[in-house]
Design a protein around this ligand. Structure first.
Ligand code: CMC
Length: 432
């Protein structure tokens, strides 16, 4: 609580409101008592100016392009850390010692396989099922195989978090790969004990039965970087969903399963898939990108340049800067010659110089480049958002933990301004 007070004048009366200041100087007017004292609520459609919680996980300064996990800059983590080490940092708040990391990795490896019942359940989905639907359903189902880890009894579930977190981080990758293989009609393969997290994921996705899938270290590194860059992003749509579900007391499996559903939309995690679909559509129509850019600028056209813009970053997306460098490296390494890439580069160039995009601060975001890398390394388009979900898992777990550990945690329950019909009498069928 800060010493500063805010004075609100309403109906000729003055109300004094407390203010809050975060560790990075972010300021908020505390409106928690407003309805009781004034009869008013605050209105903020889309929560663009609402702080819904105090959090110690991730700091973002959208104007300056700053992103830090637990105080460490994304640039430094991208250069020096790995996805698994960063996952530990997010969940436990500190970088692990060598011993802690070794044991965390060993527990993740031990959990890589899934119960045969779940494997059979996945094969029962129709081949038309989107892997995000399969992932959300099977993450929730996974909890049924570990009833002792997800009881909806808060203190108990919190005490089991170490186990539940490693089960989820490890098995989300296996479930994702199985969803892909089932769709392709391919039999499942087993994880390889000697592989790192990402090489194992690629092995689970692409290996032929009884044959290893050899992964170039630079490709595994690119995937690891994509996961690390997506590992958390404070109160975005899916994380807020996880916190919302958790606030009602739901266990970790149910909460992250809801997070997957929230992530699926094209304005959020689904943007990486939407980027490639947009590029394919442009290519098919014979456009070099210019017509599409003009359409995206027309109000009411319903066309958006996917992979551009961000609710929070208004100068640049720091993750996009890091991933662009990796994107260039991977494309060179794999000697990719894809006409979609040429269109992507033209869109990027044109949008960065076009006044419409400049005035609205619409820069390429992380999903613009991650989609391009994922395509280059052979990941099917429908799996792109699934990769985002694998990356976001540690973030969702950290936020679930933050909610569960907060003694004053209330169920999330926003209010509304009702704009519907006022009370009216029921109309009998014959009079309608
Ligand atoms: N293409 C064309 N115009 C756009 C775009 C775009 N991608 N994004 C925003 N605008 C325009 C929008 O029409 C509006 O114009 P005007 O002021 O004339 O009405 C203005 O820019 C502000 O847009 P907004 O919709 O109010 O901005 P927002 O903060 O609500 O939306 C966004 C942010 C990310 C949903 C949006 O920029 C968008 O739809 N981008 C494309 C989808 C995308 O790439 N999403 C991934 C985000 S990164 C992954 C993640 O963290 O979830």
């Amino acid at each position: 609580m800060s010493q500063k007070k805010a004075i609100l004048k309403l109906d000729d009366k003055e109300f004094v409101l407390d203010t809050l200041v975060g560790t990075e100087g972010e300021r908020a007017v505390d409106v928690r008592t407003l309805r009781d004292t004034t009869g008013y609520i605050t209105f903020d459609d889309g929560y663009a100016n609402t702080g819904a919680c105090e959090s110690k996980v991730t700091f973002i300064d959208g104007e300056k392009g700053i992103l830090r996990y637990r105080g460490y800059s994304i640039e430094e983590l991208a250069e020096k850390s790995t996805f698994i080490e960063t996952a530990y940092l997010l969940i436990y708040g500190e970088l692990p010692t060598a011993e802690q990391l070794k044991s965390f990795k060993a527990r993740i490896l031990d959990n890589a396989q899934i119960h045969e019942g779940l494997r059979i359940a996945i094969s029962g989905f129709p081949s038309t099922a989107h892997p995000m639907a399969v992932l959300s359903a099977t993450l929730n189902t996974l909890g049924c195989y570990y009833p002792e880890l997800g009881t909806n009894e808060r203190a108990h579930d919190l005490a089991q978090l170490d186990e539940a977190a490693t089960v989820l981080i490890s098995k989300v990758r296996t479930l994702a790969a199985l969803a892909h293989r089932a769709k392709e009609g391919q039999p499942s393969v087993f994880p390889k004990p000697g592989n790192d997290y990402c090489s194992n994921f690629l092995h689970l996705m692409f290996a032929q039965p009884h044959a290893d899938h050899v992964v170039h270290p630079e490709v595994a590194r690119a995937l690891d970087l994509i996961l690390l860059l997506h590992a958390d992003h404070e109160q975005n749509c899916s994380t807020s969903t996880v916190r919302m579900v958790a606030s009602g007391g739901a266990n970790l499996f149910a909460s992250v399963s809801a997070g997957v559903c929230a992530l699926w939309g094209p304005l959020h995690g689904g943007a990486n898939q939407a980027v490639i679909e947009m590029l394919e559509e442009i290519h098919k129509s014979g456009d070099d990108g210019s017509r599409f850019i003009e359409a995206a600028k027309q109000k009411g056209s319903g066309v958006r340049l996917m992979g551009f813009g961000h609710r929070v970053y208004k100068n640049y997306d720091p993750r996009a800067k890091i991933i662009k460098a990796q994107c260039d490296k991977v494309l060179k390494l794999l000697n990719v010659n894809d006409p979609l890439l040429a269109i992507a580069m033209r869109l990027e160039e044109a949008a960065l110089n076009d006044p419409y995009f400049k005035q609205r601060n619409l820069y390429p975001n992380v999903d613009f480049y991650s989609g391009i890398i994922l395509k280059a390394i052979g990941i099917p388009t429908e799996m792109f958002t699934v990769i985002f979900a694998i990356g976001r898992m540690p973030g969702w777990i950290s936020h679930w933990k933050e909610i569960a550990e907060s003694p004053k945690q209330k169920i999330h329950r926003p209010r509304q301004i009702y704009m519907g019909n006022t009370e009216r009498a029921y109309v009998p069928m014959e009079k309608r």
